[in-house]
Design a protein around this ligand. Structure first.
Ligand code: HEC
Ligand code: HEC
Length: 430
């Protein structure tokens, strides 16, 4: 494991320190000093330079192709770029050893959309996390190679940069580590890590792009996943009607129903939603980055088809617990929950009104909200609908990825509509 630092704090913080409990609090506390800190690109450069200085002896000692060596010491050769966080989001956490550069982001974007990374050349990351579907696939369960069905609903990649742990059960500690999962998952992209590397190495265009981004001839899986992760860190959405209302004080940005819904969402005696879907003073991630059993996918004896976080911790309190998902763009990412079992936002509100399936591991914050009037339930839904923002530019499929390649990907039709639909969304929101 390499140290996962965040430039947010200007120092290296280990995975364990970046725990679910500490993260929201710390970032909220520190946010005041951040913009100033971030504007000093010289500080950024110094931080990276010092990381290199500390780590470079390791590089010299290790053979070029060794992945461990990559983890320890290889950093991109280009100038680190600042990824702009939109209104309502904190600065994007960046691991010290993977500062994003224009070149690594562009390379990661190409890899993300390239079905050639899958075993049979038909599935890319975008097949299940497509830009025109808010980086989801609109399905309850996703199809991978040979149309095989996975067992969980694909979460959005939007704002995954802020997750302290990845996957519904938190089994990956970073975006870099997460990316290895789908590449080798037999029902997702079905490849081997060697297969991925061989594919990339065999393409002269990739060889040139890797050399430009990483300054070395040798391509390793580590550089593949780190490039993809840098691209994913650019996929951030904020600046929704809610953000403009709450963080910019634009009273007209949020409808009266949305404003009432926000109050219910925050009120511990009413919706009690923000206890898990956190709204901070300066920004809102809508997640506490923790795991809860909210009575989805359970029977009343507490038997779960999917035990969730329990697999990782073997702690009874994690039985049937799943990561609190972000609620940004939630109106666009149906169906809902880790198993895709709820079709609409109304179903979700009804789920909470009913208090979820009662089971021995139900989170203590979950209880029936039958006292909410029908108008209040509609207000909560209106609030959820106000969380839609716009994607930044340059997160759709890259123009230089050969169209023939894209056409083999099953989602290519919908994906290629991306810029048009994103533009019309932007227009609608203005
Ligand atoms: C066949 C569909 C499929 C493909 C292809 C796929 N994913 Fe996923 N992705 C999923 C599913 C399903 C999950 C949730 C799995 C779980 O939690 O166990 C997931 C989880 C994630 C997460 C975690 C998000 C969170 O909130 O925890 C990220 C990030 C992600 N995928 C990125 C990628 C990248 C990058 C690729 C390409 C290298 C990719 N995915 C390919 C279906 C897919
Ligand atoms: C105890 C913590 C907790 C509370 C309180 C809570 N949630 Fe959730 N919420 C979660 C978790 C965890 C999930 C994912 C559960 C799963 O998939 O099994 C979730 C899922 C959701 C989803 C679906 C997200 C998706 O991508 O599928 C929505 C929408 C949602 N919650 C809205 C609300 C609203 C509205 C309230 C208040 C009425 C609320 N939540 C209260 C923890 C909580």
């Amino acid at each position: 494991m390499y140290p996962l630092g965040t430039i947010v704090r200007g120092s290296t913080v280990s995975d364990s320190l970046l725990s679910a409990t500490l993260w929201p609090g710390i970032s909220e506390m520190r946010v005041k000093t951040l913009p100033k800190f971030f504007s000093l690109s010289s500080v950024l450069a110094a931080v990276i330079a010092s990381a290199t200085a500390v780590l470079s002896p390791t590089i010299a000692a290790e053979p070029e192709s060794d992945d461990q060596a990559n983890r320890a010491g290889i950093i991109p050769v280009g100038k680190p770029v600042k990824i702009k966080a939109p209104l309502g989001l904190p600065p994007i956490p960046i691991p010290l050893d993977n500062p994003p550069t224009e070149e690594t982001i562009a390379l990661g974007r190409r890899l993300y959309y390239d079905p050639g990374l899958s075993a049979d050349g038909t599935v890319s990351c975008a097949t299940c996390h497509a830009p025109d579907l808010s980086f989801r696939d609109g399905k309850a369960l996703s199809n991978g190679v040979d149309g095989q069905l996975g067992s969980r609903r694909a979460p959005t990649v939007v704002n995954a940069a802020y997750n302290t742990l990845q996957f519904w059960d938190g089994r990956a500690s970073s975006l870099e580590k997460q990316a290895e999962g789908p590449l080798t998952n037999p029902v997702e992209m079905g490849n081997t890590l060697e297969g991925v590397v061989n594919y990339v190495r065999s393409d002269p265009k990739y060889r040139a792009l890797f050399a430009r981004a990483w300054g070395r001839k040798e391509i390793t899986i580590d550089l593949v996943t780190r490039s993809i992760a840098s691209f994913e860190r650019t996929v951030v959405i904020g600046n929704s009607p809610f953000d403009r209302f709450y963080y910019r004080g634009d009273k007209k940005a949020l409808s009266p129903a949305g404003q009432r819904g926000l109050k219910l969402f925050l009120n511990q005696k009413k919706g009690n939603c923000s206890v898990c879907h956190v709204i901070g003073r300066r920004y809102a991630l809508f997640t506490d980055n923790k795991f809860h059993n909210i009575g989805v996918g359970a029977d009343t004896w507490g038997t779960f088809e999917d035990v969730g976080r329990y697999v990782q911790t073997k702690s009874a309190s994690d039985m049937g617990a799943f990561k609190t998902p972000t609620l940004r763009n939630i109106a666009k990412t149906a169906p809902y929950m880790h198993d895709g079992s709820l079709a609409t936002l109304k179903d979700v509100v009804d789920h909470y009104v009913g208090g979820g399936t009662s089971n021995p591991h139900l989170d203590k914050e979950i209880h029936a909200l039958a006292f909410l009037t029908f108008n209040e339930r509609a207000d909560l839904k209106a609030f959820l609908e106000s969380l839609t923002g716009t994607l930044p530019p340059n997160v759709g499929p890259p123009e230089d990825l050969p169209a023939a390649k894209m056409q083999t990907a099953r989602s290519s039709n919908s994906v290629s509509d991306h810029s048009a639909s994103a533009q019309s969304r932007r227009r609608q929101l203005r």
